[in-house]
Write a protein of this length. Structure first.
Length: 486
């Protein structure tokens, strides 16, 4: 032994009090005369290491919290725990951690995520056996993904979405692997195509659905439409009166020969509004769009009608019930909706929902057996109005049935793509052309049970990490937190 020297170590707090360890360590003399170092300090395994000012236990605690919360939130938490540290110290601890080894990955999942939305994207790779991320690539280019696959020839299955870059990268880097397109992404692509088809035919959605009691224009349906143009006091609604006045003013100016630009300038309206009033078939078409504007309570009209018929007339209780179902409005909106019921104007049948592009898309993409009678009748009526929508419904349900139930009879997918190519809408034809290029992966999705669910879960976790870091950290720190966070 040469001498003693004093070391001061910070340790984890006890009962809200800071703990400081004053350690008397020995300095020893090296017995080897040929050694370059004459003396060396004694180390205590499990307590500390060279040049450290913290115990290993405190360092482990700081590292765990840094991985969970990041630099600045972690520093604020440690202030409450009476531990002196700063955000830069926590970030340095993360960067000092060794990255885990990927090992053998026969079953791989891949997807992209936005580092900076709309500008920079990266790729996350998942071991589908453990559902843990094994690597993060700095971009989503096919060449980068192919280079990674060449270094891992053990990959036999690649679960991915329908992005072309990952398809091309897997073909080049791992030609021996079977590619599996994710079924959810295929259904999502189908829903987007259906939504675009309905958007082109949105004029058919402006006509309200007819109920079983709508016999003639003089019947209860016309009385209901007249009632919708009046407020609770029997006076014309301001929106209805304003729409009629504008329609009359604009058409009077058009008959005098004024241009739409001059009409918009004089009436202080946008050119789009003047153009819509000028080309409308009549004021009834404009009133239909004005009266049937979507509101928060639309999705709950049917529920409120059934509850009223069951005898529940308490607006506050009904509001609490539909709030549990997702309603975000207040009780006053429910009271206004129930005002005609209290005055005796109870409709003989349940109120039909207002048609929107999203609502009709939901009806088409849902399983037919999960539609109620009102939704099924409304969809059938739309198909009777527009043959293009009827064809779209048929094709969408055929493909959705194959994907959901993993039904892939011999050449069923090829038959579907051929039928769509003959008489499908152009949005469905575009979808079929993309599916034709990705046929092998889609066929694997219909005949196997592999999915990208674990990949999507990890992408959701990445979004949480990004929000904790608020975009101020570099890619290397984000990559470490993705790979090392528990």
């Amino acid at each position: 032994m040469h001498c003693y020297y004093q070391r001061t170590l910070a340790d984890r707090p006890v009962a809200g009090r800071r703990v400081r360890i004053e350690l008397r360590a020995r300095r020893l003399v090296c017995g080897n005369g040929q050694c370059d170092r004459r003396t060396f300090a004694e180390q205590l395994p499990g307590l500390t290491h060279r040049h450290a000012r913290r115990t290993d236990a405190l360092t482990a605690q700081l590292t765990d919290v840094a991985l969970f919360l990041g630099g600045r939130p972690g520093a604020r938490l440690f202030q409450r725990m009476t531990i002196d540290t700063c955000e830069n110290t926590l970030l340095r601890l993360i960067r000092k951690l060794p990255l885990p080894s990927s090992g053998s990955v026969p079953h791989l999942g891949v997807d992209d995520f936005a580092v900076r939305r709309g500008r920079t994207y990266a790729t996350i790779l998942i071991d589908m056996a453990t559902h843990r991320p094994i690597d993060v690539l700095a971009d989503r280019a096919a060449a980068t993904f192919a280079s990674w696959l060449r270094d891992h020839p053990e990959v036999r299955i690649v679960c991915r979405d329908r992005a072309g870059s990952y398809r091309d990268g897997a073909q080049v880097g791992a030609p021996q692997a079977m590619q599996v397109a994710d079924a959810w992404h295929l259904l999502n692509n189908l829903a987007q195509a259906v939504e675009r088809v309905i958007g082109r035919h949105r004029a058919d959605l402006r006509q309200p659905l007819t109920s079983h009691d709508d016999r003639t224009d003089d019947g209860p349906a016309s009385e209901g439409r007249d009632h919708e143009e009046l407020d609770i006091h029997g006076r014309p609604r301001p929106l209805v009166a304003r729409t009629r006045d504008r329609h009359q003013q604009i058409h009077e100016r058009i008959e005098r020969g004024d241009s739409l630009r001059a009409i918009a300038r004089d009436l202080r309206l946008s050119r789009g509004t003047v153009n819509r009033f000028a080309h409308a078939a009549g004021v009834d078409e404009l009133l239909l769009a004005a009266i049937h504007r979507p509101v928060l309570i639309d999705d709950y009209r049917l529920y409120l009608h059934h509850r009223w018929m069951e005898g529940c007339a308490n607006a506050s209780a009904l509001t609490r019930e539909i709030q549990r179902l997702g309603y975000r409005g207040n009780v006053n909106t429910v009271r206004r909706h129930l005002k005609p019921y209290r005055n005796g104007a109870i409709p003989p049948t349940a109120p039909l929902p207002h048609l929107t592009v999203r609502r009709v898309t939901d009806w088409i993409m849902r399983r037919p057996e999960r539609l109620n009678d009102v939704e099924r009748k409304g969809l059938d009526e739309l198909c009777e109005r527009n043959p293009a929508l009827a064809t779209t419904v048929d094709y969408a349900r055929r493909l959705a049935l194959m994907v959901r139930d993993r039904r892939s009879e011999h050449l069923a997918l090829d038959v579907w793509m051929a039928d769509v190519r003959l008489d499908g809408q152009r949005e469905l034809r575009t979808l079929a052309n993309g599916m034709r290029r990705d046929r092998a992966a889609i066929q694997a999705a219909l005949t196997t049970t592999y999915t990208s669910g674990a990949v999507e879960g990890n992408v959701t976790r990445v979004k949480l990490l990004k929000r904790q870091m608020y975009g101020r950290a570099n890619f290397d720190l984000l990559r470490r937190r993705i790979l090392l966070s528990p």
